[in-house]
Design a protein. Structure first.
Length: 200
């Protein structure tokens, strides 16, 4: 029993780090939201500080998830996911998986006109990304390629390659994202924009 408890506690730090990174939060931003010092958050994520209720409660509130989900405790074998949407750069992100680490699935919604007039700002990070467009036209800038994914089209790529997503027209776009470990190479299945073969 003690071994199981210790294993749960040992997994909390990496889980918290993965959760923060998936939400694109810095330790500084999380500290400001929770009131927990940056040094304490860092030690908690690295496993050098045991998680107590005084730390887990404000973190659960900040991430808007139940505390048992934060620590990875079993939840009476209920397979249903109760997503807690959040906003990132004006985009609505709905988590479809409930445990950080490994593959993570999200539904993302870019409202109509959100990226109109905004220049793409490609970013890179660790991992691998799969996209599937549910509705609308998604503009994707990937390295020196600029293309549009339409409803039912998919793309997958190593996220070390700078990338950016936005509306391809005046309408909203909805797509599924699955984020996973870094893949070995880039694969694309989309139609390239004929008017833009140069880098953006």
């Amino acid at each position: 029993m003690n071994d199981d408890f210790d294993a749960v506690l040992a997994a909390v730090g990496p889980r918290l780090r993965e959760m923060r990174r998936h939400r694109d939060l810095t330790l500084t931003a999380l500290s400001e939201t929770t009131g927990i010092p940056i040094s304490t958050l860092s030690r908690l994520e690295s496993g050098h500080r045991k998680p107590g209720l005084e730390l887990l409660l404000p973190l659960a509130r900040a991430y808007r998830i139940p505390i048992e989900e934060l620590v990875g405790a079993p939840t009476d074998l209920d397979p249903r996911v109760y997503p807690q949407p959040f906003s990132r750069n004006g985009m609505t992100v709905i988590p479809l998986t409930r445990k950080p680490g490994g593959l993570q699935a999200f539904k993302q919604i870019i409202p109509a006109g959100l990226t109109e007039g905004n220049a793409p700002d490609p970013r890179s990070h660790e991992g691998y990304h799969w996209l599937y467009v549910l509705n609308g036209h998604l503009r994707v800038v990937l390295g020196d390629k600029d293309f549009i994914l339409t409803t039912g089209e998919a793309a997958e790529f190593d996220t070390h390659l700078p990338h950016w997503f936005g509306n391809a027209d005046q309408r909203a776009v909805e797509f599924l994202s699955i984020l996973g470990p870094q893949g070995e190479r880039v694969h694309l299945r989309a139609r390239y924009r004929p008017d833009d073969s140069s880098s953006q």
